[in-house]
Each structure stands twice: as C-alpha cells, then as structure tokens.
Design a protein around this ligand. Sequence first.
Ligand code: NAP
Length: 281
Amino acid sequence: MAQILDGRAIAKVLREEVKQEVSVLKEKGINPKLDVILVGDDPASVVYAKSKEKACNNQGIDFELHVLPEDSNEDKVVELIESLNANPDVHGIMIELPLPKHMSKERIMSAVRPDKDVDGVHPINRGYILSGEEGLFPATPISCIELMLRSGVEIAGKHVVIVGRGETVGKPLVFLILKHNATVTICHSRTPDLGYHTRQADIVVAAVGKAKLITKDMIKPGAVVVDAGINEIEGGICGDVDYDEVKEVASWISPVPGGVGSLTTALIMKNVLKGIELQGK
Ligand code: NAP
C-alpha cells in the first residue's frame, strides 16, 4: 500500500517558512505586497482571489485586489499593470484567469514585469525555465516537485513520465524536473498506448484533466504517482489517477484533494518573496 504524498502537511511547513521569511523582511523595513487584478466577476476567479487574500493575511503579506468591470478596455488593464510595475511597494502581481474574451491574454500577461510575475507566465520567465536561469515559475509544476522532494522521494536519475503537455503544468514541468536530473518522457493525447509508457516510469505525473485516466495496470509496482489533475465529479473533485486502485501498487501517491493543489497558494506566496530577491531588495 502506497505512502501518501501529503500536500496539506507540506503546505503547513511552507506557510511557516513564508511567515518566518516575511518577519525577517519586515525587520529590514520591507513589507511584502501582492496585488491581484480581477477583470469581471467569474465566480471561480473571485474564490481564487479571496483564497489568496486569506493566505496573505495569515502570512503577514499585504494584499490588494483590483476589480475592473467585464467590459473594461484592454488598454486600461495594461495601464493598471504598468502603474503596479512601477510601484516599489508592490512586489507581486497576478491576473486572475480567464480574462474576458475581447482581451488579449498574451498582451496582458506580457505587460507584467517578469520579476513581479508571481504566476510565472511571462515569456521571459518561460524562457528562464528552458535556460535554467533563476526566475519566477508557475506554482503547480513546482508543487509536483516539492511534494516529492519534501517527502524524501529522490528524483535524480529516475525515469519520469509526464502525462499532459499543457502550458500550465506538463510543459513547464518537463524542464523543471529535468533540472533535477530526471530522465523525462512526455505523453499527450496523440501518444499511442499510453500504458506502455507509464509502465516504464519510476515516477508518473498526471496533468491531463480526465478523471481516473491512469489505472492500476498502467503503473509499475513500486512507482511514485503524482496527480496534478482536478476534475469535477458528482459530490466533489477527483484527480486523473484512479486513486483507490493505484494506491495498491504504487510506493507513493498524491491524493486529490490534499495533494498537488494544497501547495499552490503557499508556493505563490514563496514567489512573492523570491520576486523581492530578484528585484534586488
Ligand atoms: P491542458 O492545457 O488542457 O492540457 C491537458 C493535456 O492533457 C494536453 O497536453 C492533452 O494533450 C493531454 N491529454 C488529454 N487527453 C489525454 C489522454 N487521453 N491521454 C494523454 N494525454 C491527454 O491542461 P492543464 O492546464 O495543463 O491542466 C492539466 C490538469 O491539471 C487539469 O486537470 C487541471 O485542472 C489541473 N490543474 C491543477 C492545478 C492545481 O493546482 N492542482 C493547477 C492548474 C491545473 P494534447 O496536448 O495532445 O491536447
């Protein structure tokens, strides 16, 4: 029976680390601050923004939410971003997605200063993932790695099979995990015989968005299974892995909820602090 990659317990540790780093910064006269921009009133985005506000409040990080109407002009959003870029009291900027359809996501994301881009979506930060330079990287792939490392799972030298090449999780994870000296295979919807590949893996990371796609017969006994998927099902959410079956053969497994997703808010807070460092403060 697999051991649990316990996201909730690791998130608690991360939050404590953030609190301590914040108190050191405050002694130096720096008050970390995260600004979130919400365009429109998408209910899920409102919930995400509120959860970041709560996390900031708990960890001593100042928070400001900028709400703009759904029919705002794109130039107005860019103007707001530019004013936050120039404000030395703002250390992190996040744009809640999705943006209204009439706006260019690429233009808006690229307007954020790379060293304040705590979501890790700016093309320069994407480039840093490839080049291996320090930058701000997206929370979900980092969460997959932290879950393993902080549980004592070794990544170096292991064969990692990532299922999913999405921009948010799978694609950035390829290069972030390569930096940890894994051998990486990436699979996607056009991969014939997915199970053939996953059965070769010491570590399987699922980032697809299809409930219970990864079944017991697709996992080598003793492999580590990290599930980044979030799928709504009747009565709650589940991952991309058939947890109840796969836990019988895996050595470690992350549950959904309580795994990858539990770390992401704390990792965004960590990015605010890393941003301060990159800003040379
Ligand atoms: P995405 O952009 O939609 O990418 C999904 C990927 O899965 C694509 O590469 C797609 O292949 C691949 N795929 C689809 N069906 C497949 C199949 N049958 N076999 C193999 N691969 C298949 O998704 P994403 O934004 O990266 O997100 C992935 C999952 O992570 C979603 O469930 C999302 O909700 C979750 N997520 C979780 C968090 C968190 O905090 N835990 C944060 C963000 C996202 P193609 O490229 O060929 O289409």
